[in-house]
Design a protein around this ligand. Structure first.
Ligand code: NCD
Length: 305
């Protein structure tokens, strides 16, 4: 049984295969319209979501399958005190594959241990978000043409932002990438990423406070939202929430072919005026999320295509 819980669950050759399949799905969607006929995906969302849940559902529908699930903990038996383990035992007999998002780090792993169907982590607390990383990789591959030899700026909430955690983890596995980690002191990446991922693999990185200084050298700028829901007090959030605002004035310092990515939702960190700049690819990125999730469902269900 294969699950996707953390970035290390996929090898570089798995990633290459997934991206190749996603590219083919993007170019020939009709070819895949019946691949999942008779199959069901359960989407178990204990935390808010727009893109991730709906792109999983769109992915399964595009493949000819069907969807079931819940979109908030309030509408599930979690409010009655049911454990993720028990829920998962039951869902295993209702669906063929499931995507789970939960505010607690590790909940999708618990689900996987109690499941007889493949489990996909759709975001666990401030920890990981591996399918957002697949979306990011497909975007970079399609629009930049490569996943190596990149100087990648990650900006914003690098402490609680699960998307950057999974992205850094994955991009360190491609040759010659380096990172510029742009955040306030309070929102730096967790120590495990610095020590066990970046330093252990001798990946060049710097931690800086200001966006302007590093913009000219970046090939990619990955902006993130300050994760309000993970803060212990409102005061800290209010102080840090507008630490970075990317606008057209700042974009003047960036290379002509630098790409701006953002997992979305955006709050204030990218001014709306940037949306029309050809380097702003975050809406295209959200679109790619469907194709890469179609590829992932096919691979985890071990379907012939
Ligand atoms: C992200 C998440 O849920 O972690 N959203 C997403 O899935 N595209 C980013 C965020 O909420 O800031």
């Amino acid at each position: 049984m294969r699950h996707l819980i953390a970035p290390e669950d996929l090898s570089v050759s798995d990633l290459d295969e997934l991206l190749k399949l996603a590219d083919d799905i993007y170019k020939n969607p009709k070819k895949y319209a019946k691949v999942c006929e008779g199959k069901k995906i359960a989407t178990l969302f204990y935390e808010p979501s727009t893109r991730t849940r709906l792109s999983f559902e769109a992915a399964m529908l595009n493949l000819g399958g069907s969807v079931l699930g819940f979109s908030s903990a309030d509408s599930s038996s979690a409010t009655k005190g049911e454990s993720v383990a028990d829920t998962m035992r039951v869902i295993s007999s209702y669906a063929d594959i499931c995507a789970i998002r939960h505010p607690k780090e590790g909940a999708p792993l618990v689900a996987a241990h109690n499941s007889t169907i493949p489990v996909i982590n759709a975001g666990d607390g401030g920890h990981n978000h591996p399918t957002q990383t697949l979306t990011d990789l497909l975007t970079i591959k399609e629009l930049k043409g490569r996943l190596n030899n990149l100087t990648i700026g990650c900006c914003g909430d690098l402490k609680f932002g699960r998307t950057v955690h999974s992205l850094i983890h994955t991009l360190t596995r491609y040759d010659n990438n380096s990172f510029v980690l742009i955040s306030p002191d309070e929102l730096k990446i967790p120590a495990y990423l610095r020590e066990e991922v970046l330093e252990q693999n001798n990946v060049p990185y710097e931690e800086v406070r200001y966006l302007e200084d590093s913009l000219p050298k970046l090939d990619l700028l990955y902006m993130t939202r300050v994760q309000k829901e993970r803060f212990f007090n409102e005061e800290d959030y209010v102080r840090l929430k507008d630490s970075y605002i990317l606008d057209l004035e700042k974009m003047k310092y960036a290379k002509d072919d630098m790409l701006v990515l953002h997992p979305l939702p955006r709050v204030n960190e990218i001014a709306a005026e940037v949306d029309n700049d050809p380097r702003a690819v975050y809406f295209k990125q959200a679109e790619y999320g469907v194709y890469v999730r179609m590829a992932l469902i096919i691979k985890l269900l071990e379907l012939e295509v």
